[in-house]
Design a protein around this ligand. Structure first.
Ligand code: ATP
Ligand code: MN
Length: 467
């Protein structure tokens, strides 16, 4: 059998009949009668299975018994035009080798009660399902499209560190990184932990954002982006938060907030279009199984301009809504951070399109955002999407050394760990901007999955770091 080269099922399904082929994969289903068996084989290259037709004349019953859902097979045979509907071609098997058996009692993939929640506890089976096959192929396509988009624009892919001593922006609680023996932590004279004895000689954590380092890249190379893991120890068990997620953070010299918004809009539209152009089989499957409006919703964000609204105007809209009887769980008034329910009201009910919120109260945003003339708002921008809420957070950065230093002081932040960053405003400062797109938030949008745990192969959430 090995003299023939294996062809992926994705390619077999498009090939012309009449050739001898070798397919390998896992059994999805087996059905048939005494004379003939039909085996649906999948190898992960596509959501679609190839049908293997095995006549009882050529194989003994013992072999068929070993071919159960989940078992792995190598199948040799002729690719022929399929008589049944649903597929153009099938394999008329001449040789079947069972590579690995699979106990059907312990692999309940066909059972109706394999909920997404249950699957999260069975790592090997989870990835083998149609659902995760589809999600992970789309995830792969989106990662590729992100690099393609920036590469075509001449952005430099910058690798920022995962271990850091800065807390970026107080974006979220951090995971500490240490090699100290926790049973015998070294203390200084005052009784505080003596981090000078730790591996890096200081207190270090996993990064919550690559932005600050990204700004150093942008003010040297012009336009950069990062794309890597990000860690936030937020103890919030929501369907939109992970403790370990991936973020894309472009940072651009000479961009003001309008350039920044234009790039963000172009970027997400490009990604949604890429998914529609390249992942239609998987999208159709997810659309049919989980979210009947998925494809329609994706198309709906493409043809229109995103709505730009100031935070202040958005508060008025929400207050009017409340006055008209709309109920929210959390209160809204000028100065509060919006919750996802407020964001979704603006997008889904009021504007009925993606919204870019701008000009936030400075007290709910990070120290580095450019301050507006009014003295109370900053040039931040959040991109809000239907079903998700915030998908992107960004801003024009404060380029003035004086204003930046004053803000750091006002907030009582430690300058000591930030001097390297402040230097960018000291030596040839320029207007610049950037944003962060949560990769899994994007994936929620382009897969229609409801829970962020189901768009990453191995989710990390509070009390959950298995596999
Ligand atoms: P949110 O208000 O939704 O918690 P945030 O304001 O803390 O988000 P930013 O600091 O602006 O988020 O981070 C940029 C982007 O990273 C967000 O727009 C979002 O897409 C994504 N993101 C932030 N926190 C998480 C998380 N815990 N899990 C997954 N994605 C996240
Ligand atoms: Mn944000």
């Amino acid at each position: 059998m090995e003299t023939l080269k294996r062809t992926k099922i994705k390619d077999l399904l498009l090939a012309a009949p009449g050739t001898e082929v070798l397919a390998k994969g896992w059994v999805r289903t087996k059905r048939g009668n005494k004379q003939v068996k039909f085996i649906a084989l999948n190898d992960g290259s596509t959501i679609n299975n190839i049908q293997v037709v095995a006549s009882a004349e050529n194989f003994d019953e013992e072999l068929f018994k070993r071919i159960t859902t989940g078992a792995s097979l190598a199948v040799r045979g002729e690719l022929v035009a399929s008589v049944g509907s649903g597929q153009a071609v099938e394999i008329q098997a001449s040789e079947i080798e069972v590579l690995g058996e699979c106990d059907p009692m312990r692999f309940p993939l066909q059972k109706k009660d394999t909920t997404l929640e249950y699957l999260r506890s069975v790592a090997h089976m989870r990835l083998r399902t149609n659902t995760f096959g589809a999600v992970l192929r789309i995830r792969n396509a989106m990662a590729f499209a992100i690099h393609k988009f920036f590469n075509e624009k001449g952005f430099v892919y910058l690798h920022t560190p995962l271990i850091t001593e800065s807390d970026a922006e107080g974006a979220g609680d951090m995971f500490q990184v240490t090699t100290m023996n926790l049973k015998q932590v070294p203390l200084d004279k005052k009784g505080n932990v003596d981090f000078s004895k730790d591996f890096f000689g200081k207190k270090t954590s996993l990064t919550v954002s690559g932005q600050l380092e990204g700004e150093l890249g942008a003010t040297a190379l012009g336009e950069i982006y990062t794309f890597g893991p990000t860690f936030r120890a937020e103890n919030s068990n929501t369907p939109r938060h992970l403790a370990e997620f991936w973020m894309i953070e472009p940072e651009m010299a000479f961009y003001d907030i309008n350039d920044n918004m234009a790039l963000a809009e172009e970027f997400v539209k490009y990604l949604v279009q890429y998914a529609l152009d390249n992942c239609m089989d998987d999208l159709r499957f997810l659309n049919d199984k989980y979210d009947g409006e998925l494809i329609e919703r994706m198309q709906s964000v493409l043809g229109i301009a995103f709505e730009k609204v100031t935070y202040t105007r958005a508060v008025e809209i929400l207050e009017e809504a409340i006055a008209n009887g709309v109920q929210f769980e959390y209160p809204v008034h000028w100065g509060t951070d919006f919750q996802s329910e407020h964001e979704r009201y603006l997008v889904e009910k009021y504007f009925r399109k993606p919204v870019i919120l701008i000009d936030f109260p400075k007290d709910i945003k990070a120290f580095y955002m450019k301050q507006n003339e009014d003295g109370r708002t900053v040039r931040g921008m959040d991109v809000l999407f239907p079903k998700i809420g915030e998908i992107i957070g960004g801003s024009e950065r404060e380029a003035s050394l004086e204003k930046l230093e004053k803000r750091i002081e006002e907030l009582g932040m430690s300058r000591k760990n930030l001097e390297w960053y402040i230097d960018t405003r000291r030596y040839g400062t320029v207007p610049h901007s950037g944003f962060g797109l949560g990769f899994e938030r994007l994936l929620l949008f382009v897969t229609g999955m409801a829970n962020i745990r189901d768009v990453i192969p191995f989710p990390r959430t509070p009390k959950n770091a298995e596999f």
